[in-house]
Design a protein around this ligand. Sequence first.
Ligand SMILES: Nc1nc2c(ncn2[C@@H]2O[C@H](COP(=O)(O)OP(=O)(O)O)[C@@H](O)[C@H]2O)c(=O)[nH]1
Ligand SMILES: [Mg+2]
Length: 253
Amino acid sequence: MTPTHSTTHLVLIPSYNPGRKVLATVRAARAQWTPVWVVVDGSTDGSGDLLREEAATDPGLRVLVLPKNSGKGSAVLEGVTRAAQAGFTHALTMDSDGQHPETLIPHFMATSQAAPDAMVLGKPVFGPEAPALRVNGRKVSNAWANLETLGMGIGDSLYGFRVYPIAPLVRVMRSTRFMRRFDFDPEAVVRLCWAGVRPINVDAPVRYFTPQEGGVSHFNYLRDNLLLSWMHTRLFAGFVLRLPLLVWRRVTR
Ligand SMILES: Nc1nc2c(ncn2[C@@H]2O[C@H](COP(=O)(O)OP(=O)(O)O)[C@@H](O)[C@H]2O)c(=O)[nH]1
Ligand SMILES: [Mg+2]
């Protein structure tokens, strides 16, 4: 199969110490799409060199390196800023650790190309192996996100498998110094909804691997839940300020 080539839509993979699945993940994405860019976020596990070697023989792959770990949001912002300079208008973000369904890249891209003003959000379909703590934890974040947007239709606030229109994403990110780490995914959807970017939800399986299978997560239950709670507190305040606008949009739609 030849990967679909695009000059408007790229695949963007933020990557921090991703474990041994990274190369297979990037190759699987490359089998679906050209180009694929990886942002190595200050990784210290040798994956940066591995990816650079791969890019040396694959012109469809580009590797950007941040010298210091700066967080998922920062890595995505670096990637989309450079992508915009290169003329791209949309980015499909996905994880570097094999958890996301690479085979759905063309379908997500086609959905975005048919509705370029919208964002295409993956709606996770969990297998039986998904940890209950993560599955239930996101229900809380989803309830907040839907309240903060007055039910504009966010199917899932946390899943990182998404297509973003780059210009509004860069605009909302530049408007705040937050959403640079694990708070990126939920804050991005909420702020983009506020900016009038409509969500389209598409089902997408998510896989969880055991450490024996090469599964790696940098999610830290206490640290990241505190980060998310603080984020929703901020977003709730933003919601109250925007309430008249959101109500107005609702009634005029
Ligand atoms: N946690 C974390 N992930 C990062 C960072 N920078 C980039 N990423 C990437 O963001 C994605 C999600 O991270 P991960 O630890 O797998 O979180 P989880 O899938 O929610 O358990 C992966 O592709 C990471 O490599 C960072 O500083 N911290
Ligand atoms: Mg992961």
